[in-house]
Design a binder for this molecule. Sequence first.
Ligand SMILES: Cc1cc2nc3c(=O)[nH]c(=O)nc-3n(C[C@H](O)[C@H](O)[C@H](O)COP(=O)(O)OP(=O)(O)OC[C@H]3O[C@@H](n4cnc5c(N)ncnc54)[C@H](O)[C@@H]3O)c2cc1C
Length: 264
Amino acid sequence: MLLREVEYAKPSSVAEALTMLEANDGARALAGGQTLINVMKARAASPDVLVDLNGLDELKGIELGADGTLSIGPMTTYAELIDSAEARARPILADVCSQIADVQVRNRGTIGGNLCSSDPTNHLPPLMAAVGAELTITGPRGERTVPAADFFLGVYMTAVEQGELLTRISVPAGKRDGFAAVTLGVEGTCIVNAAASASGALRVALGCVDAVPVLIEADSPDEVREGVRAARLRPPNDVHASSEYRAHLAEVLAERAARQAVGA
Ligand SMILES: Cc1cc2nc3c(=O)[nH]c(=O)nc-3n(C[C@H](O)[C@H](O)[C@H](O)COP(=O)(O)OP(=O)(O)OC[C@H]3O[C@@H](n4cnc5c(N)ncnc54)[C@H](O)[C@@H]3O)c2cc1C
């Protein structure tokens, strides 16, 4: 049998989804399923109930506010964001989404699922940390907003608690951004990635070097490498790259992303 037996529920509103998630500790939200179904197949997770968020229009769509802030529904797919006229207000978002895996994954995978997976090799956690996104979490006690820098708590762990949902992603206005990655082949998983924003103070967020994105602040791209060294990274060592090689890439990619952000 491919999957252990699991119940399936398709709520018709966010309120109904929250009631289902709160009623059962073993219930999990299902977005694009690109991560969740694979970890279920590998028996690394075995939820009792899948609460399918597909079809909840409240969790979809991209709106551009008068001040340039983008409000993105977590069930927006990468493909929808890439095609969105509104999302062009912050071009790095579509640039990075178009680098994620292949067309099948981009058609099914969602922005919210990417963030809630908190997979250290994913593209979007460092990007959201660098651009200063704010994430709205809704649960039985109401809504709260968490800066992206505080959202990721560990591998597969985020500020979203059992019985809660990520319901909105808010990205402030800005165009001075950069992103650089070394991947396992074309369209492959990142070995190290770096996202930078110079809309305001220069911020670089590194992915794949720790359980959560590592934020570096610097006055200029010339100082970014020193900032990375000062963070005393101890990246993972695996079949794809040694810890030393990842630490070296972190410096190179952080500087590359920072130079792209400032247009140098
Ligand atoms: C072959 C392949 C290659 C890939 N390569 C990359 C890559 O290079 N870069 C990259 O970034 N990603 C990559 N991915 C991962 C992909 O982007 C996934 O789509 C993404 O990580 C999860 O999004 P999803 O919509 O499929 O979420 P799901 O798999 O449905 O859910 C993931 C987790 O998030 C939770 N969740 C989802 N939405 C919410 C919500 N609104 N509120 C609370 N919890 C929620 C679920 O309960 C689950 O725990 C790859 C996936 C595959 C299959």
